[in-house]
Design a protein around this ligand. Structure first.
Ligand SMILES: NC(=O)c1ccc[n+]([C@@H]2O[C@H](COP(=O)([O-])OP(=O)(O)OC[C@H]3O[C@@H](n4cnc5c(N)ncnc54)[C@H](OP(=O)(O)O)[C@@H]3O)[C@@H](O)[C@H]2O)c1
Length: 215
């Protein structure tokens, strides 16, 4: 695929993992945070990646990645600026996890089965071309995953077919096969995959696995 300018809203494990992947594959990267100092070491080890505010990262990217705590996803996009997202592909890697402790390894979500966080975000930012992706696997496995069971599957969804094609190209590059589950409502099923993915982690400290769709 062609080299792109990628703006990543976030400074946590997901932002760093995906940012590192985009740098590795030759894309231009800017990570966005409210506190630029905290990413100095990461930037140094991932030169020529840049660091800026949420708005600067969103403005920089021709493609934007949202990688912040689910409870503040909407606030972060507002801070990034709707105008900086207009017409752009926005990969939404967030999950609507609450602060409450998991119950027997099962995380709690603040959403209901009939409305995902992804749908809320797409409704609030109608000019952004949101694609749900990367939320159903741990950050350490997001780029170049190697599993004995073969290439894992990333479940994606969104209303914009061309945006999903772009994200599929990125997933190809990062070593995934892609399963397009359709329109925005599919996020009601894709977001809870995070709950399932985390159970072996909380119960057995096993954080290295991914989903594969067999046919
Ligand atoms: N960790 C994983 O392996 C993993 C895997 C798949 C999906 N996810 C999902 O991906 C997202 C990012 O996860 P993460 O573990 O990388 O990081 P995280 O700790 O969930 O989130 C860190 C980010 O949230 C931002 N943030 C926190 N409070 C904020 C506030 N009040 N206002 C604005 N921004 C705020 C931080 O901004 P600052 O930079 O300004 O501090 C930082 O960029 C989450 O939704 C998570 O559920 C995580």
């Amino acid at each position: 695929m062609r080299t792109m300018k990628i703006g990543i809203i976030g400074s946590g494990d997901v932002a760093k993992a995906l940012g590192g992947g985009f740098v590795k594959y030759g894309h231009e990267v800017m990570l966005g945070t409210r506190e630029v100092g905290k990413l100095a070491a990461w930037a140094k080890s991932h030169a020529p990646a840049r660091i800026g505010s949420f708005a600067e990262a969103a403005a920089f990217g021709e493609l934007v990645v949202l990688a912040v705590k689910g409870s503040v996803a909407s606030d972060a996009l507002r801070a990034a600026g709707a105008a900086n997202l207009t017409g752009k592909v926005v990969i939404d890697a967030t999950n609507p996890i609450t602060e409450s402790a998991p119950v027997n390894g099962v995380l709690n979500f603040f959403t209901r089965f009939d409305e995902s966080l992804f749908e809320r975000l797409q409704r609030e930012f109608p000019e952004a071309r949101l694609v749900k992706a990367f939320n159903s696997v741990g950050a350490a496995c997001m780029v170049d995953p190697h599993f004995a069971g073969g290439k894992p599957t990333m479940f994606i969804c969104g209303r914009d077919a061309a945006a999903k094609d772009t994200v599929t190209s990125i997933l190809d590059q990062f070593g995934w096969e892609t399963a397009d589950m359709g329109d925005v409502e599919a996020a009601r099923a894709i977001e809870p995959l995070c709950i399932l993915w985390c159970i072996p982690g909380f119960r057995q400290n096993d954080w290295v696995h991914a989903f594969k769709l067999l046919k």
